[in-house]
Design a protein around this ligand. Structure first.
Ligand code: SF4
Ligand code: SF4
Length: 320
């Protein structure tokens, strides 16, 4: 099973593109800074996806401010523009909301690894729910086939095939752990990614400069770079969208799991959970003392991945 499009396109010289070196805190001056640092030829090769994105960027989009500085009126106009673009480019009516955290909510996920059988239905559901490019196996979830006796995800195999479950293996679904100490946020040179009050780590896709520092910093391989514009048949586009979640993202930016905030902030469950046929997934508000997730954390021996890194995931695993 392949669950990401981690392999970048090769440059014209046949080599992988290197990352641009960007250390300037302003988005637009950062791009200028990278040009000065790398020189013209290297810069053009390194930011080819950005160049493609720039060709598609309207003046209004380029002048758009950071999400946190937008007024309600700014957001209304931007969302109207994005909905019109979806109609023009994809022939579909979409509705983009600006779903905000629910006060008194801290979302947490847990997976029962005794029950998960590696069928990958969660991966497929994420692919569809979040409007990923259909020509890729892109998903925010990777299911690792693991040798029994270890929780070291680096020993897992993401390209397994054949009948599951295999007797000598267990299955470890990994997606963004919504870390309480997220290294991906710390390294972003333009503050295009941050953690919200309900614990969800988000990206402003229109402020991201695509430097991929966050992707490199994530120890869980949970971020995805958008190499191309998503191609999805109009009838398959999920029209229920949110600005910080599953709207159609620009080329040349990084994206990630948002615990389906366009669903969960509306009182629904994540799509991956609903699609899981084994009931392995549990999601909820840890601040609610009556929630199932709270019961699991209080009564099960739970594990977190790569605990030694101090990232403090809001994502737990347990066995019966
Ligand atoms: S899992 Fe990775 S992308 Fe998600 S919050 Fe943690 S470091 Fe960031
Ligand atoms: S979100 Fe990631 S790719 Fe985008 S600007 Fe920040 S570090 Fe770079």
């Amino acid at each position: 099973m392949t669950t990401t499009n981690d392999s970048p396109p090769k440059g014209e010289d046949g080599r992988d593109r290197s990352l641009p070196v960007i250390a300037n805190p302003s988005r637009r001056t950062a791009v200028k800074g990278a040009f000065a640092t790398l020189g013209a030829a290297a810069f053009v090769a390194a930011v080819s996806p950005l160049r493609q994105a720039a060709e598609r960027t309207s003046a209004a989009e380029f002048m758009q401010s950071h999400y946190k500085r937008l007024t309600d009126e700014d957001k209304r106009k931007i969302i109207e523009r994005l909905e019109a673009e979806a109609k023009e480019n994809h022939g579909v009516e979409v509705e983009i909301a600006d779903d905000r955290p629910i006060p008194g909510t801290k979302f947490v996920y847990a997976i029962n690894l005794s029950v998960c059988n590696g069928n990958g239905k969660c991966v497929e559901a994420c692919h569809k729910e979040n409007n990923h490019d259909r020509s890729t196996g892109q998903s925010y979830i990777r299911v690792l086939e693991m040798p029994k006796g270890t929780m070291d995800m680096e020993e897992g195999n993401t390209t397994y095939s054949g009948v599951v479950p295999k007797d000598d293996k267990f299955y470890l679904p990994v997606q963004c752990q919504q870390c309480d100490e997220p290294p991906c946020v710390d390294v972003c040179p333009v503050k295009a990614t941050w953690k919200e009050e309900d614990g969800i780590v988000v990206v402003d896709y229109n402020w991201c400069i695509g430097c991929r520092y966050c992707e490199a910093a994530c120890p869980y391989h949970a971020r995805r770079f958008n190499w191309k514009q998503a191609e999805i048949p109009a009838e398959e586009i999920n029209p229920d969208q949110s600005y910080l979640s599953n709207r159609l993202r620009p080329v040349g930016v990084v994206e990630k799991c948002t615990y389906c905030l366009h669903r969960t902030r509306r009182g629904k469950l994540p799509a991956c959970l609903e699609a899981c046929p084994t009931g392995a997934r549990v999601f909820g508000n840890i601040l609610d003392p009556d929630s199932n997730i709270r019961w699991i954390l209080e009564n099960k021996r739970v594990y977190i991945l790569k605990e030694e890194l101090g990232t403090k995931p809001a994502f737990f695993y347990y066995f019966d």
